[in-house]
Design a protein around this ligand. Structure first.
Ligand code: NDP
Length: 297
């Protein structure tokens, strides 16, 4: 068997197109564009790349992008003041504070200051709570993107065995909750799990969100499993390479011979994250304007 490659890049492009179309309708209905404010503190190079690509994608989707770049030595009080100002700004529908923050800033305090109704990353405890009890709120972009890929491919997930490897607040835990909501039978595995290969073996759906290059081996997988690989890991450069290759948490080449479908790295989950961020921002805009969120977003 050769697994089907789940093309997250193409799916994300479709979602971005739908967001773009609805963003235009939102602007016509309200006389203003939906707006996303992104706050970057300091000069972490990876964060700068993320913030640039979020800005570009937001503008391309026909939404307003407000960038706030603050020096690394910004105090928590100054940052909290900016967040307050963005909470009160009617042109701003979504607020995203790029993580990680410099060490002297308390991430939980800053995230906690964002209005839950503008928390398009879904990291605020109120949104985590809403997800836990099944109320509508904002769901973190990466797991929501994984869920879209899974339901697109498998339809109804009722009764399927799902194993999520990783229990972070931004990927593993919300992923498990979404799968549970979709009536899958869910196991969350982590670094203390005993006999991980045996746990993974029973899964119809495997979501790997660990951060260890090619850790999940072909022989761990059940025949015909659907595999979502969230991990992004850079291998050490091979001879003649300037930069090492990017790989996921799953041994793709091996898994292809056992799984029925698998997301590649890059080109799988990665592009979904930013597309869902745009989607969440537009959903926030509709809700903040008191309008019904269109179907298909
Ligand atoms: P974290 O480091 O916060 O969490 C990693 C999880 O993996 C932890 O729960 C940890 O367990 C578990 N883990 C570590 N080692 C093992 C092991 N040997 N066996 C089983 N479980 C293990 O990472 P994130 O959740 O933030 O991210 C996970 C991966 O996804 C990273 O590679 C990251 O780069 C990528 N990512 C990709 C995104 C995308 O857009 N595609 C977005 C976000 C993340 P424990 O809790 O016990 O320590």
């Amino acid at each position: 068997m050769t697994a089907e490659r789940i093309d997250g890049k193409a799916f994300a492009a479709g979602l971005r197109e739908r967001v773009g179309a609805h963003a235009g309708k939102f602007a016509s209905a309200t006389g203003r564009k939906a707006g996303l404010a992104v706050v970057l503190v300091g000069e972490d190079p990876a964060s700068q790349v993320y913030v640039r690509s979020k800005h570009k994608a937001t503008v391309e989707a026909g939404m307003e992008s407000f960038e706030h770049r603050l020096p690394a030595e910004t105090s928590e009080l100054e940052l909290l003041k900016l967040v307050e100002q963005l909470n009160a700004d009617e042109a701003v529908d979504g607020i995203l504070v790029q993580l990680p923050l410099p060490g002297h800033l308390d991430e939980q305090a800053v995230i906690g200051a964002i209005s839950p109704d503008k928390d398009v990353d879904g990291f605020h405890v109120t949104n985590a709570g809403r997800l836990a009890v099944g109320q509508s709120g904002f769901v973190p972009c990466t797991p929501l993107g994984c869920m879209m890929l899974l339901t697109d491919r498998l339809g109804d997930l009722s009764g399927l065995e799902a194993v999520v490897i990783g229990r972070s607040n931004i990927v593993g835990k919300p992923m498990a909750q979404l799968l549970l909501d979709a009536n899958a039978t869910v196991t969350i595995a982590h670094s203390r799990t005993k006999d991980l290969p045996a746990v993974v073996k029973r899964a119809d759906i495997v979501v790997a969100a660990v951060g260890r290059a090619e850790m999940v081996k072909a022989e761990w997988l059940k025949d015909g499993a659907t595999v979502i690989d969230v991990g992004i890991n850079r291998l050490p450069p091979a001879e003649g390479e300037e930069k090492g290759r990017l790989v996921g948490d799953v041994d793709y080449a091996g898994a292809e011979g056992v799984a029925s479908a698998i997301t590649p790295v890059p080109g799988g989950v990665g592009p979904m994250t930013i597309a869902v961020l745009l989607r969440n921002t537009l959903v926030a805009a509709y809700r903040n304007a008191g309008l019904e969120v269109p179907e298909g977003l």
